[in-house]
Design a protein around this ligand. Sequence first.
Ligand code: NCD
Ligand code: ZN
Length: 350
Amino acid sequence: MSQDKILLPGLIDVHVHLRDPGQTTKEDFISGTKAALAGGFTTIVDMPNNAQPITSLEKLEEKITIAKGKTLVELGFHFGSLGDNLDQFPGVSDLAIGLKLYLNKTTGGYLLDIEHLRKIYQAWPEDKVVLLHSEEDTIDLALESLRGLNRPVHICHMPSKEVLEKIIKAKRQGYNLTCGVTPHHLFLSELDTGRIGDHAKMLPSLKSERDQDYLWENFDQIDIVESDHAPHTLEDKVGGAFGVPGLETTLPLLLSAYKQGKISIEQIIDKCHTRPKEIFNLEPEDYLISIKMESYELDPSQFFSKAQWSPFAGMVVPGKVSQVTKSNQVIYSGGEFLINPGEGKVIYGK
Ligand code: NCD
Ligand code: ZN
């Protein structure tokens, strides 16, 4: 157990909100991809709920052009839909990694009428993933909408026993489903909300300790870990914004679970590299992450993310990324970036 150095392949996070363009006081492609690299994530996929949602080819192309000049990692994009842009699908399906649909209200007021679901499934290429934000009140409808279909669907951020139980059951019945979990739902429960206050506000919300235990007990039924990195300015956060930054805390938190004997390094590799790569058809280049096992306190003022706060501030964790290499060339070392913004690349769907 007392290894002082751990080597991992470049980690993959298919659920981040980098806010660029439109809300670059919260984050942008430079700060967000620096946060990714420093946190061990060399491939990330950005969500479409920008200030102006990414629901047209024009908006997606604009986002890609901006990202090309700024990214330090492999950065892909999910496309969005409210059911009224199906004519855009043929143009974007080679560019986007997946299609994100919100069945529950979230940041940006981006709610899809469930009636549109079937129509959307028919229009989106049938081998490309649809991602659903679906909580306790919409999961039955979401599963019902998939009956008899074989298209891949990924249900984001399992918050509770109720949702995960239904997904495990549907998977056993042969639905082509995968699901993810966030570190905040694994490491926090509603019991922490009093202590943490505004910084514990996110969607889906934190649930009971019983729910949290169920997520751990069924960790192997959950395909991937997704950070749902959702940065906000401190002012917006105190003003009630939902979402927490996660790119620089996900790996340290998972390492603490490893240290406690709750999970193995193989499970971290499986859920943060192998499975996301398979599910989203990604072909990342050859990255290696070196981790120094040395305990320290999580200090958000040291984040590369513009969100200099975290529900995990002050938590003692057992290790951090010390170096990242790409094809044996060092690109990050001890807080220094050895590549410039724009030297990462935009990745596309297949
Ligand atoms: C996300 C955001 O701020 O964009 N917020 C959140 O609480 N998770 C939206 C989302 O992931 O649905
Ligand atoms: Zn999200």
